[in-house]
Design a protein around this ligand. Sequence first.
Ligand SMILES: [Zn+2]
Length: 343
Amino acid sequence: MGILTQLNTLPEKLLSCQPDEIHKVLSGPTLIHLEGQRKAPILISTLLHGNEPTGFWALQQVLRPYFVTDAVLPRSVSILIGNPKAAQKNVRSLPGELDLNRVWDKGDSEWHDMAQGVVHEMKARKIFASVDIHNNTGQNPYYACLNKVTGKNYKLCRIFSDLILFFDQPLGVLSKAFSKVCPSIILEAGVPQDPAGIQKVRHYLETILRIDELEENGIESTDLAYHVIAMVRLKEGVKLGFGDGPNSKVDLCLDDELESHNFQVIPSGTCIGWHKGSNDKLEVTDNEGKLINGKYFDFSHGQVRLKHALIPIMITHDIPVIQQDCLCYLVSPFDVSSRLSPK
Ligand SMILES: [Zn+2]
């Protein structure tokens, strides 16, 4: 199985070490199987991105009491610690390395082999559910994601948050691979430094470890989730800043307050920034990758105004992240009962 290590006991040091010390205990991606009363295991995955430690902190808190008292877990768990070396450096992945949450599809790198090994092993163990835990760069409320709209996935999400996001792209994420096998979701637990996020994930894990069966039925017509309708990128070469008014030192200055509106409706006509010149500074693409500049943002009179009411998510103020990835996604709510997959 190449770079993947599997263990059947929990190395005690993992219960007390810091994320940047895990590499002293685990040399690479490691799947740790712990037996519980109900045999079908939950896969709990964390640190696929080395700078997103909330899941690891929460797991320490969940497991410690069982370890100290020798009590048996209510359900078997398989813990995937994704990237100890990236966690040591507190980076998403090491330079030159693949993104570990993009390798869960076809491919021939050693990381793809690792991913296929995990899926194969968990199938053989008759996996009950999969929960992959991440952090956001910007201030977002806690939310859960699913890649397949099923009653079970929705319920697993709802235990964590009322805010639920469906996404189909990018390919190669762990949750999507496991959606083909079992109920499978993602937790987005706020920024990495948020202690309340750790407590929320801890409480969530304690709850789902005690679930006997997940019911398929019971979705109400009022149950909503969000789906992505567009991605907003910064146009190449545009110098970006944040502030509360026009700023001649940058090409585009976005409102400081923008980050606090993640998952909130921003009314049509709202000014969200100021810019120099007359041309658009943002590049907007729909889910098919088609450019739809001009659909949502009006760049006239030196201001950036919304042409429609919009719900942004994942807005961050981290300019390098915006340059590498995107400024935000735009989402819209949909009725879950109308989109249920058969299984
Ligand atoms: Zn992540």
